[in-house]
Design a protein around this ligand. Structure first.
Ligand code: GLN
Length: 486
């Protein structure tokens, strides 16, 4: 299976045609779909059309870009012009966006071809991909288990080698956690590093587009293509983005790099397999020259309640637009009157988890409860940010498990939302603080399930994470992110 960098080179040099690559990816997507349900839409027509255009442009001597003919998968809450984008919600089941998200536009401008839109938890709300109006996704390493979520389809597409790069979104861990559960890299950049224009909003102060892939080089290339200010997103970072490819080629070792294990997240509550994976990574880091030490983030464990309050409050506001009036599907006859039609539409076309979150978020924001819930969550958020800032005065990178467990059986946590929420204990911190974080493959557990570990970097230092990933990848070799069986 070629990396994106290799495909781009081969296609650009004329050794292989974009159409061949794209056709193979479409076939593989169809093959996985039967077993794993990773996709909501497989874009046969538009993908082949685009590939043909790329081949024509290359034949005419044009420079198509570094991702020439590279097939990619895009999570279905990211808008793609002319291609249905549902956010895995019944309410948007027939929504075809008239424009593409900036991240998609930039990848396409560099030659990439969208071959499929990936399944997810409805609007990104979930950790197992079971909250989808289009059915659950299965984990390719063990089809009786979840692939993680909410970017489960994107992770499976990469793990099974359908594509080398998939886009996800990460509000509280949705790129990193499925990355860990399926054995691939999952990167959440700094808040604002990638444009959110065209991304269907869940919780706007936490949402960030992220990348799932199997090599540091591919991660760097896709980031170099996508990053950079976007005037269409008011929260997009100004200034020049880091040079990600340089972080890969320039990475030599970790001599003098201080890595801090967060005390509060590396003990009790983690499975034995997760702890073993963490230890293995620690050994590798030491072999690469890093200095390991413990650091304390006393409020780390309060991240979950703070995260869920903020996320639900923002979701209740963002999702008010799906009322069956301007867009989203409409239920009930017009003669019932606007209020009834809205109520019926929202009641029938939004799934149970989404409705639960809208209700809780609305409650947390309502007069009389605001200070006790939402207001308090904001204070905890600030406190955590402060403590993490302080930790970074002692160390250069922070290290934790990505998730306290490996992939669990389908159905195990669907009826216990709190148990599901607790799985985000390690990942939600980076979203609350706005810093970059990555889940890096850390081997397999005794039951042969993949397991990742998470690194976090100080404010705006995204490229350090790409650098450390490149070093670990080189150190481990071929087996760093092996293909899942199909
Ligand atoms: N599992 C978390 C949630 O349900 C994170 C989801 C995400 O990052 N989109 O909110």
């Amino acid at each position: 299976m070629m990396t994106a960098v290799e495909i781009g080179r081969q296609v650009a040099s004329g050794r292989v045609r974009a159409q061949e690559i794209v056709r193979a990816a479409l076939e593989r997507a169809e093959l996985t779909q039967v077993e794993l349900n990773a996709f909501i839409t497989i874009a046969h027509e538009s993908a082949l059309e685009q590939a043909e255009k790329i081949d024509e442009r290359l034949a005419a001597g044009e420079d198509v870009g570094p991702l020439a003919g590279v097939p990619i998968v895009v999570k279905d809450n990211i808008c793609t012009e002319g291609l249905r984008s549902t956010a895995a919600s019944e309410s948007l089941a027939s929504f075809v966006p008239p424009y593409s998200a900036t991240v998609v536009e930039r990848l396409e401008q560099a030659g990439a071809v969208v071959v499929a839109k990936a399944n997810l938890d409805e609007f990104g709300m979930g950790s197992s991909n079971e909250n989808s109006a289009f059915g659950a996704v299965k984990n390719p390493w063990d089809t009786s288990r979840v692939p993680g979520g909410s970017s489960g389809g994107s992770a499976v597409a990469v793990a099974t080698g359908v594509v080398p790069i998939a886009l996800g979104t990460d509000t509280g861990g949705s790129v990193r956690q499925p990355g860990s559960f399926t054995g691939v890299i999952g990167f959440k950049p700094t808040y604002g590093r990638l444009s959110r224009y065209g991304v269907i909003a869940y919780a706007s102060s936490l949402d960030q587009v992220g990348v799932l892939c199997r090599s540091a080089e591919d991660l760097a290339l896709s980031m170099d293509v996508m990053a950079g200010h976007d005037p269409k997103d008011a929260t997009s970072l100004a200034g020049v983005a880091p040079a990600f490819a340089k972080a890969v080629t320039g990475a030599s070792d970790l001599t003098g790099v201080r890595v801090g294990l967060i005390e509060e997240l590396t003990g009790e509550g983690n499975s034995a397999g997760v702890m073993a994976a963490l230890e293995l990574t620690c050994e590798r880091l030491v072999q690469l020259g890093a200095e390991l030490q413990q650091v304390s983030v006393p409020t780390a464990r309060d991240g979950i309640p703070a995260y869920y309050l903020v996320a639900m409050a923002e979701a209740s506001s963002n999702l008010a637009r799906y009322d069956g009036m301007v867009y989203s599907s409409r239920t009930g006859e017009d003669r019932l009157g606007q209020a009834d039609v809205m109520m019926k539409s929202r009641g029938s076309s939004l799934g149970p988890e989404v409705r639960r979150r809208i209700l809780m978020g609305t409650y947390a924001l309502s007069a009389g409860y605001y200070d006790a819930y939402y207001g308090k969550a904001l204070k905890v958020r600030r406190l955590i940010a402060h403590e993490i800032e302080r930790a970074f005065e002692e160390v250069d990178l922070l290290l934790t498990p990505t998730v306290p467990s490996v992939a669990y059986p389908l159905g195990e946590k669907v009826d216990d939302p709190l148990a599901m929420y607790l799985g985000d204990i390690d990942t939600c911190l980076a979203n609350l603080v706005g810093i970059a974080a990555i889940s890096v493959p850390a081997g397999f557990t005794a039951e042969r399930l993949p397991c990742g570990v998470q690194f976090m970097a100080p404010a705006l230092q995204d490229e350090r994470l790409v650098g450390v990933t490149a070093l670990l990848e080189r150190h481990v070799g071929e087996k760093f992110a092996p293909l899942a069986p199909l």
